[in-house]
Design a protein around this ligand. Structure first.
Ligand code: TRP
Length: 337
């Protein structure tokens, strides 16, 4: 049986938080150990430039994300772990795909539409104000990431489904014009992966500024957990675990029987302070060994760099011949050959 190619990218504009871990990183690391899969995971640093023009943030985020994945035990003997910008063929493919992509398709991309809507709401007379072409055509870059490696499955959050559909459209269009070159990818939305709430009870997300960094130092982690918003029920009053942020985080880490026991504690009126204390101790114990490896890696960036360069080498063993095929299909080739 040939292995399924699974591919996903992480935009390098932030520090990994508990929500990223539970929703994306943990399942990806599990897949990296699955012999039936050929996983490709990469730092989407060219995607970062679309929304972040602070070089220090892009640099720091790349370091933190790479260190996080390695500290959590990513199996780099099975998974190809690389930095997008180390694979220049992706950029070349982006242009080729741009030329088969309908502008109208990009007009419908929701990141772009949301930016236009925001301008219109603020009674701006230029609907495209502040929108760069990178934002406009970023589904094409994403399609190049995916199609380059003929990925079958692309694990992503719900907000990215449209982009995978666009990648399929673009692949189909290319195949129609130039002959079959690309596999049509499928989005995979984790159904057993939890969505965590953040400090304020909304979905944990960098854009809401309500995150708990995955490897926050112990003291800070305790402080942040203590800051999580609860209702004002007193100790002794029964509490509802549904919709409770503390419970949602606990559930993402604890075993079924532990979760049941906590549910019982809620019914019995456990104090919020107690829940917070228990939650902190529980996740701190689970994350401590990886946090130690993380801190060591951050102190040894050359080791991380080495891993990424090895990953890029493996990626390019595929991307170089793939681009060659695609170029030839389009007539970009040496004269006389
Ligand atoms: N755009 C994705 C995000 O913001 C990240 C990404 C870039 C990606 N390239 C990709 C995800 C290719 C999957 C496949 O989450």
């Amino acid at each position: 049986m040939s292995k399924a190619t699974v591919l996903t990218g992480i935009t390098t504009t932030g520090t990994p938080h508990l929500g990223n871990y539970v929703g994306a990183i943990r399942p990806a690391i599990e897949s990296s150990r699955d012999e039936n899969m050929a996983p490709f995971y990469f730092l989407a640093d060219y995607h970062a430039l679309i929304k972040c023009q602070d070089p220090a943030i892009v640099r720091q985020s790349s370091l933190e994300i790479a260190a996080t994945w390695l500290a959590l035990g990513l199996d780099t003997s099975n998974a190809v772990f690389y930095r997008q910008s180390d694979v220049p063929e992706i950029m070349e493919l982006t242009w080729i795909l741009t030329c088969v992509t309908a502008k109208g398709l990009m007009n419908r991309a929701h990141a772009y539409k949301a930016a236009v809507a925001e301008n219109e709401e603020s009674s701006e007379n230029d609907p495209d104000k502040g929108i760069n072409l990178g934002l406009f055509s970023y589904p094409v870059l994403m399609a190049a990431d995916i199609l380059m490696f003929n990925a079958h499955k692309v694990p992503v959050g719900k907000d990215q489904i449209q982009h995978i559909e666009m990648a399929r459209d673009i692949a189909g269009r290319f195949n129609h014009i130039y002959g079959e070159q690309f596999v049509l990818p499928e989005a995979v939305i984790g159904d057993n992966t939890a969505t965590l709430s953040g400090l304020d009870g909304r979905k944990m997300s960098k854009s809401y500024n309500n995150t708990i960094p995955l490897f926050a130092p112990e003291k800070r982690m305790r402080k942040l957990i203590n800051k999580i918003k609860t209702n004002s029920l007193e100790p002794g009053q029964p509490k509802d675990p549904e919709g409770c942020t503390l419970f949602s985080i606990y559930k993402a880490f604890a075993s079924t029987s532990e979760v049941e026991a906590m549910r019982q504690n809620y019914a019995n009126g456990i104090a919020w302070g107690e829940v917070k204390k228990h939650l902190f101790e529980y996740i701190n114990e689970q994350l401590a060994p990886a946090r130690e490896r993380y801190e060591a890696l951050i102190q040894a960036p050359e080791h991380i760099e080495q891993q990424l360069l090895e990953g890029a080498k493996k990626a390019r063993a595929i991307s170089v011949p793939m681009l060659q095929k695609v170029r030839t299909a389009t007539g970009i080739q040496p004269i006389g050959s």
